[in-house]
Design a protein around this ligand. Structure first.
Ligand code: PLP
Length: 448
């Protein structure tokens, strides 16, 4: 195992024997392709097959698979000058530079920044901070939400993964999203906003506002299906938080840094500034693991004299900070957000085309370069729960996407379309063409 040359078969064997997967049982490792190389929006496996990265992996490689020169340079310079200093003992200069840059980008007085390593960890810290700051315990979160896999962030999670949350994670109170589910909040956005907020206010009163530290939401729900709240909803959440002295935490782990066409998802909503914001993925375009917790001035001030009660060896890792600093500057300099805004109409047009063309597509929606298709699920046939084997139609669709050169994270019945933000129009339309071909196979199976 010290050999320098590995054959494809040896790699396969080593992976099959020793690699464990996250979330699912590890058996499917045998079916995972060994990806050897990435370039732009494309990936190449060991057999030389080329794939378009249709979901930017886990909606995270926002700049694709080619690291910009400036980012490489920043990482290398950091490795040369100071590869590591413990964040609690010393300050890498780049930590100050990145914090300053973020304070400039973030609206309002979001002025204090903490740098954990992952999205779930950022939410874990945000929850801790909110509880310490307010001296209250309960955290309100939505059913259609994912906040991470650590104890509290999974406790906060409302989607199917919450079943893995450790028992004893108390203090998390779930409420319904404004999007219709089995029942309706009314036929218009206005009624959905009014009714969900009225229901939430009742819930706040029933739980007791004096026990509620924060309301934690994804400003635009990601893994739950690209759900943009109806008009007035986020503004209403902000007002309820102000009225009952509850903190508003926006989880921007997936949408932060440009996915939806704004730097942050909450910037789609007039005047809404969270008390705490968390983000990750796009912060470094996922070239390095780093996340952030940003807090407003009042919270920053509080923790100047109160212990924060959170830490880790790798927080504020200088090399990851250097990567983030150069990545964020690149996003600004290269006007990456303009590309997202320019391609939004193409994304929406192509999504609509899928709805019209495919029996198996029930509906679709999108914002920026963040699209989602809802597949038909007759008799629940295509619904897959974690750990359960996929039904044949889903396996067939997965395979068809793969064969058509699409590499994507696909959790039926939701099919996300979230390519790297640097994609061009031709590549985007090509991706939809490939997806449409794959869906032809799925239509046939559904119609049988
Ligand atoms: N929050 C949201 C909205 C996410 O989408 C994710 C991951 O997909 C997380 C938190 C967890 O982030 P991580 O996987 O980096 O811990």
């Amino acid at each position: 195992h010290w050999r320098s040359e590995w054959s494809a078969a040896e790699l396969r064997d080593a992976a099959d024997e020793h690699v464990m997967l996250s979330w699912t049982a590890s058996n499917p490792v045998k079916a995972l392709p060994v990806i050897e190389r990435g370039e732009g929006v494309y990936l190449y496996d060991t057999h030389g097959k080329k794939y378009l990265d249709w979901t930017s992996q886990a909606v995270c490689v926002n700049l694709g698979h080619t690291v910009p020169d400036a980012v490489k340079q920043g990482i290398n310079d950091q490795l040369d000058s100071l590869p590591y200093v413990y964040g609690g003992l010393g300050l890498a200069p780049v930590r100050a530079k990145l914090a300053k840059l973020l304070a400039e980008i973030c609206p309002g007085d979001l002025n204090g920044f903490l740098f954990p390593s992952g999205g779930g960890e950022a939410n874990e810290a945000a929850i801790r901070l909110a509880r310490l700051y307010t001296r209250k315990h309960k955290i309100f979160t939505q059913y259609r939400s994912y906040h991470g896999s650590s104890a509290s962030s999974l406790g906060a999670t409302g989607d199917f993964r919450r079943k893995f949350a450790e028992s004893g994670q108390n203090g998390f109170v779930k409420f319904f999203n404004p999007q219709p589910s089995g029942f309706s909040w009314g036929t218009t956005d206005a009624s959905a906003t009014a009714r969900t907020l009225a229901c939430l206010e009742d819930q706040i009163l029933a739980e007791g506002p004096e026990t509620i530290a924060a309301i934690l939401v994804e400003s635009i729900v990601g893994a739950g299906g690209v759900l943009v709240p109806p008009e007035g909803y986020m503004e209403g959440l902000r007002s309820l938080c102000d009225k009952y002295e509850i903190l508003l935490i926006c989880d921007e782990v997936m949408v932060g840094f440009g996915r939806t066409g704004n730097f942050f998802g909450f910037q789609h909503f007039e005047g809404v500034i969270p008390d705490i914001v968390t983000s990750a993925k796009g912060l470094t375009a996922s070239f390095m693991p780093l996340s952030l917790v940003g807090v407003r001035q009042k919270i920053k001030d509080h923790f100047m004299t109160h212990p924060l009660g959170w830490g880790s060896t790798f927080h504020a890792h200088p090399v990851a900070l250097a990567c983030a600093y150069e990545t964020v500057k690149y996003v600004l300099k290269e006007n990456v957000l303009d590309n997202v805004k320019k391609l939004e109409p193409v994304m929406l047009e192509e999504l609509e085309r899928l709805v019209l063309r495919h029996d198996s597509v029930r509906q679709a929606r999108g914002v920026g370069l963040f699209g989602c298709v809802d597949l038909q699920t007759p008799l629940g046939q295509t619904v897959q729960r974690l750990g359960e084997p996929s039904p044949p139609a889903v396996l067939k669709l997965r395979q068809a996407m793969f064969e058509n050169g699409l590499f994507s994270l696909f959790r039926p019945p939701l099919l996300h379309c979230s390519p790297p933000l640097i994609i061009n129009e031709e590549q985007l339309r090509d991706g939809f063409g490939r997806l449409s071909k794959a869906l032809d196979t799925f239509d046939e199976m559904q119609n049988r």
